[in-house]
Design a protein around this ligand. Structure first.
Ligand code: ATP
Length: 900
């Protein structure tokens, strides 16, 4: 290992010291630092972060804009025109190149800033003890001496000397390359132990895969082991997706094709048409510049960046850019229940003791409320002890509002305990088996001042009933009435309660093992908690269903509870439940059939999620899957769109996900799908506008050359049109809002290509109309005996007008363009018109511009004629679209326009 640069870590070889010595040397205690001290140390030691790789210099970024085959062609052309002493043409070509580069530079910078801001929103947090209270703080603010709590799925936020470790397993591949998780202990190890054998340490950047632990921070930031080898964590984020990469390749090959055609035309014009070389060369260059869709790659990238930003505004952070394309195609969303469909604001509403059922009153997490009818204290006391002590959460009163740190369900249990007058303060935890979604219980071993020990356990009723042999009734043990408790649990679940069973056991052992539980526990009662559905989730589920997306609930909760919530949320078939136990007995083929029948999956474990994703994908469906635990990572990776919960989710789940929801809310998934569909539509719109525009401009010159006609638009004018319209108008499409009815359409098929037959037809059709209009106007002018300059000016303006009308048409590829909404446009659209229209007036009427571009003023009547032709072009396109859509059986083409 290389020696650290800069200052040394506060302790040397903490792994070889007794844990208590570390606490002492770091001037801290088991209760953690106090806030003021933490702040002082943060100033002393600096933030717990690794230095960011510095971004490329702006000048380098600017130069990179020129690194593009399309631009090379333009630069080479300008060189030739300069050699031919066509100074105006050279200047115009260079202006095209420069303006493209400037716009690309600015937009790329904005896109990158947007992504950087989004990355910052995903910065990790850590659970620490400060002043004896559990707090969640940004991992950057950790300081040496902080006491950190580690749970499954956490990325270890700093180098930590462990003080407690309960079946703690950490995967250290990032440091040691070893992918098998290692078990951690608290005993010191030899000072010269290699990194992988330092079992008393948890190192920054490694991943907690199981168990729980607590430790003191001994090094932060660059002083950590990972900091010493930093640089390897550098994350590259490409501003590209498969479709954009595909278009990039397409643009390159198209350029090659255009160059070949241009060379052939040059030969044809020179040898067959016997045209003077200088003039001919300029015409071919202008054709080449016009035909090359140089605006395409940057505008597509900008479209994506805008999509990323819009999703972030709707609380969905895109972690991997390609997902932005996939999310719009999602056809099934598998979502968990707690916190996504429900509010994750738990309240204990009912308890069941051996003597009967009681209601619990009170709202929120405030420890105020009553148990009605009042319960026998001898039965209530053990229930409250388990609720309060087999618990990792903390409640705090923040300005009159009670809040939970930790699991909301455990917070609710604390609030419930606070509503009784039973004192649970005399017990101290000496060991624990942490909760794990795979075994669904949590157990602690506690001891009081007299040395008496007790096991306290809580968990899912089936799991707990299997561990109990007895029950407590009136304070005494008696044989368990299994059937009666099962029936009670069913009743509570059917009422929408989340049910927990609580049990106690005795032991003299100093450690807790599974053997102490199985068959030795006594049930003390059941607790029923409610967690109301989110109102927005109900609405969002309805939106998804209208959009042809299946919503399936996959929960660890009891089937009865799951069904009750599924009904409230409005799932399509809330009563079709499949349990994890059923999934476990099925083969892949059987599961593939069954998965389509059920909408609710209860008592599932994380590995079932993986099988469910695969089963759904086997039908060609595009699957989105949510997850929050460390064990959800494989399913999130396997899903087409893996979605992690930003608040509740573990770091492991977030890292595996494509999308992270900052508010953990199902409604944000629906919003992301809508934005995803919009982005895909806008990519298509950009392509559908730019390709025919380039083709139309090029065909005008090409046709004239081939047929040996006078050029209707002069080379320098073509260059001008290309310069002024390519980036401005095309760019406006990147900002297009969602079309009405977007969430009424069924999902697009998986892997639907961008370049469809319909698009090719559109390019051909529009090119033909461009040719007809431009040549039409030009021959009208010659028939009238206008000078060549006037004819060419009319034809050039015709091109621009056609492009503008084409833009208005393209804005609505699914609905009609004949609506107020379609004409109202967007701000970016009117902004680009505000540039183009005055510019066209200028080149048409201002004498200096006329001198450069060889234009001449045109009469009002002829100007109106050009605009009228543009309108006719628009109407023809619209009629053709409606014909095509109605033949394709898409009646919503018009119906949609009125939809919200
Ligand atoms: P979802 O997957 O929709 O978020 P869930 O939160 O109910 O559902 P899990 O967290 O896997 O899923 O919990 C499964 C079951 O384990 C719960 O129904 C409950 O019975 C039990 N359980 C959950 N949390 C704890 C805990 N902290 N201690 C003991 N048992 C728990």
């Amino acid at each position: 290992m290389t020696e650290p640069t800069g200052r040394p870590a506060p302790l040397s070889a903490p792994h070889a010291m007794p844990a208590e010595d570390c606490l002492e040397l770091l001037g801290t205690s088991l209760a953690g630092l106090d806030g003021a001290e933490a702040e002082r140390r943060l100033k002393e030691w600096g933030p717990n972060a690794l230095p960011e790789p510095s971004p490329p210099h702006p000048f380098i970024r600017f130069l990179r804009q020129f690194h593009n085959p399309l631009i090379y062609v333009l630069l080479a052309s300008s060189l030739v025109t300069a050699l031919l002493a066509h100074w105006v043409d050279t200047a115009v070509i260079l202006a095209v190149v420069l303006i493209n580069a400037i716009i690309g530079f600015i937009q790329e910078g904005r896109a990158e800033n947007a992504l950087a801001a989004i990355r910052a929103m995903l910065s990790p947090r850590a659970s620490v003890l400060r002043d004896g209270r559990r707090l969640s703080v940004p991992a950057e603010e950790l300081v040496p001496g902080d006491i950190v709590i580690l749970e499954p799925g956490d990325r270890v936020p700093a180098d930590i000397r462990l003080l407690e470790a309960h079946a703690l397993k950490v995967q250290e591949a990032i440091l040691t390359g070893e992918s098998v998780a290692v078990e951690k202990r608290t005993e010191p190890v030899p000072a010269d132990a290699p990194l992988g054998d330092r079992a008393s340490m948890a190192f920054s950047g490694t991943l907690v895969v199981a168990g729980s632990g607590r430790g003191v921070v001994v090094a932060t930031g660059t002083q950590t082991e990972i900091g010493r080898i930093s640089g390897m964590l550098e994350e590259v984020r490409e501003l590209s997706t498969p479709l954009v990469a595909q278009m990039d390749r397409f643009a390159r090959w198209l350029t090659a094709l255009i160059l070949i055609v241009a060379a052939l035309l040059l030969a044809w014009g020179y040898f067959v048409g016997h045209m003077p070389f200088g003039e001919l060369f300029m015409a071919v260059v202008s054709l080449t510049v016009a035909a090359i869709p140089e605006g395409l790659p940057p505008v597509l990238t900008i479209t994506l960046a805008i999509g990323v930003r819009r999703m972030a505004e709707r609380h969905a952070i895109v972690r991997r850019l390609p997902a932005i394309e996939t999310i719009g195609a999602v056809s099934v969303i598998c979502t968990d229940k707690t916190g996504t469909l429900t509010r994750n604001e738990m309240t204990v509403r009912a308890i069941a003791l051996a003597s009967g059922r009681h209601e619990v009153t009170g709202e929120g997490y405030a420890p105020h409320g009553e148990i009605v009818p009042p319960a026998d204290a001898r039965e209530l006391a053990p229930l409250v002890e388990v609720a309060a002590l087999c618990n990792d959460a903390a409640l705090s009163d923040v300005a009159g509002e009670w809040q939970v740190e930790g699991d909301p369900m455990e917070g609710a249990l604390l609030a419930f305990a606070g509503k009784t007058d039973i004192d649970t303060t005399g017990w101290r935890r000496i060991d624990e088996i942490p909760f794990d979604a795979a075994h669904r219980f949590m157990a602690v071993l506690v001891e009081n001042a007299d040395g008496a020990r007790r096991i306290l356990v809580k968990g899912a009723p089936e799991v707990m009933l299997a561990m109990c042999s007895d029950e407590l009734a009136g304070g005494a043990r008696r044989p368990l009435r299994r059937a009666a408790w099962e029936a009670e649990a069913e009743r509570l679940a059917a009422g929408g309660h989340r049910v927990l069973a609580l049990a106690v056991g005795e032991t003299h052992a100093a450690h807790l093992a599974r053997d102490h539980l199985d068959g030795h526990l006594a049930l003390v009662g059941l607790v029923g908690l409610i967690d109301p559905p989110r109102a927005e989730a109900i609405e969002a589920v309805a939106v998804c269903r209208r959009a042809g997306i299946d919503v399936k609930m996959i929960t660890g909760d009891h089937a009865g509870t799951a069904v009750a919530i599924a009904r409230q949320i409005g799932l399509a078939r809330p009563d079709r439940v499949m349990t994890g136990a059923e999934i476990a007995t099925m083969g892949e083929a059987e599961l593939a059939v069954a998965v389509r029948e059920a909408d609710v999956f209860a008592r599932t474990s994380p590995e079932h999620k993986l099988r469910l994703v695969a089963a759904l994908q086997s039908h060609g469906l595009t699957v989105a899957m949510t997850g929050d635990g460390v064990n959800d990572a494989p399913a999130l990776k396997r899903a087409d769109v893996g979605i992690a919960m930003g608040k509740r989710g573990s770091e492991a789940a977030k890292e595996a996900a494509d999308l992270v929801l900052t508010d953990d809310n199902f409604a944000s998934i629906a919003a992301a799908v809508r934005e995803g569909r919009t982005v895909f539509d806008n990519l298509r719109k950009v392509i559908s506008w730019i390709l025919p525009t380039s083709a139309g401009e090029a065909a005008t010159v090409g046709a004239a050359l081939l047929l040996g006609l006078a050029l209707p638009v002069s080379p320098v004018q073509i260059l001008w049109v290309n310069l002024i319209t390519a980036v401005t108008l095309g760019l406006a499409l990147a900002f297009e809002p969602t079309e009405p009815g977007t969430m009424l359409r069924p999902p697009r098929p998986r892997n639907a290509p961008l370049l469809t037959g319909a698009l090719v037809w559109h390019v051909v059709f529009v090119t033909a109309l461009f040719l007809a209009a431009v040549f039409g106007v030009f021959s009208y002018a010659s028939d009238r005996g206008y000078p060549l300059a006037v004819g060419q000016t009319m034809a050039m303006n015709m091109l621009v007008v056609l492009e503008i009308f084409h833009l208005f048409f393209i804005r609505n590829i699914h609905g009609t363009s004949l609506s107020w909404r379609a004409f109202r446009g967007t701000r970016p659209l009117w902004l680009s018109l505000a540039v183009i229209v005055p510019a066209q007036f200028l080149v048409t009427y201002a004498p200096p511009a006329q001198a450069v571009l060889g234009t001449a003023g045109i009469s009002l009547f002829d100007g109106l004629l050009v605009i009228a032709l543009g309108m006719a072009f628009f109407v023809i396109l619209e009629v053709e679209k409606q014909l095509r859509l109605s033949l394709a059986g898409r009646p919503e083409a018009t119906a949609e326009a009125g939809a919200p």
